[in-house]
Write a new protein. Structure first.
Length: 326
């Protein structure tokens, strides 16, 4: 949101039919990316088929007649961009850390799914689209009284799954559209750069001009015969956070439960690690642990790690990495 600007983003949402967002851009701010603008289920169900139609928007119609003349249409996204977004929303691995592996959102037929839950559980929703259908489900109280902890991934997702199960009985099971113009590349799961033999690999699709060209810097083999220990340890850097990372505190969760993992690369074997934020030690891990969960705190921060390794008498301190929590 900070990159594109709030007003251009609002204009984009207006193109997708979201007319409920009538406040000044400053009212929403960057929080618009997290869903702080109130919209209707009708608007959501009208907008999401744009992704399913390979980027083409059409106004929602109500009819009992199966065949009507086409309504005016306009292209919002390219087929390639639509494919990438739909692929993310349909990927169980992409949501595993948030929802787990045995989730209701893992549909038997490839389906793109997005959920939402308002602050204090006032309401929740789930939207999904397959190769042929788009379905939206809303749950809540019209008085905005909080529910009993219903989230989009529990209540609405269960109904969404049941509806698609019935629809799939009557329709051939086909995968989502995949643009033939996308390019495949094997990348490192951690860095996103081209994978080396030492990387945990994954095959990912890219727009033609956005395929990574750099080799993963986190899993480069280091020749101990040619590199002195001090020089070798100078290569150590934090895997997470990355420079310039921007994090946002989730308003739906208690602040005390929100944490961010500070991480070292897997090729490091620390004996002991002191974790530093803004120059102050915030935690310590022993043995081969490479991660520390740091409680989130708003503001601009600098992260470092002071690491003791077996073949070095003095600790090695990583270069400072600046990041932001909003």
């Amino acid at each position: 949101m900070a990159f594109v600007g709030v007003q251009p983003f609002l204009n984009h949402l207006y193109q997708l039919g979201f007319q409920s967002l009538t406040q000044h851009p400053e009212h929403y701010g960057d929080g618009l990316a997290l869903g702080n603008g109130e919209v209707t289920l009708y608007e959501l169900v009208q907008a999401y088929p744009t992704l399913a139609r390979h980027g083409v928007f059409r106004p929602l119609r109500h009819t009992l007649v199966p065949e009507l003349p086409d309504t005016p249409a306009r292209r919002i996204y390219s087929p390639e961009v639509s494919t990438l977004i739909a692929n993310i929303l349909a990927d169980p691995q992409a949501r595993q850390r948030e929802f787990g592996s045995g989730t209701l959102l893992h549909f038997p037929v490839e389906t793109a799914v997005k959920t939402g839950t308002s602050t204090d559980y006032r309401d929740a929703w789930a939207i999904g689209f397959s190769h042929h259908y788009t379905v939206g489900v809303w749950m809540g109280n019209l008085t905005q009284r909080p529910t009993r902890g219903i989230t989009g991934s529990t209540g609405p997702a269960l109904v969404l799954r049941a509806i698609f199960a019935e629809l799939n009985r009557r329709t051939p099971s086909l995968p989502l559209f995949l643009s033939p113009h996308l390019q495949l590349a094997t990348i490192c799961q951690l860095s996103g750069q081209l994978a080396t033999p030492r990387c945990p690999p994954m095959v990912e699709s890219f727009l033609p001009d956005t395929v990574p060209t750099q080799t993963c810097p986190l899993h480069q083999p280091v020749s101990t015969a040619r590199v002195q220990p001090r020089e070798r340890h100078a290569l150590i850097q934090l895997l997470q956070p990355t420079p310039g990372l921007q994090l946002a505190i989730d308003p739906r969760l208690p602040d005390a439960r929100e944490a961010f993992p500070l991480r070292l690369p897997e090729n490091i074997e620390p004996v002991r690690t002191h974790w530093l934020v803004d120059g102050q030690q915030v935690g310590m891990t022993q043995s081969a642990e490479r991660q520390f969960l740091w409680p989130l705190s708003r503001g601009r921060h600098t992260a470092q790690a002071r690491i003791w390794v077996a073949d070095h008498a003095q600790p090695i301190t990583t270069h400072p990495v600046e990041f932001v929590v909003k």
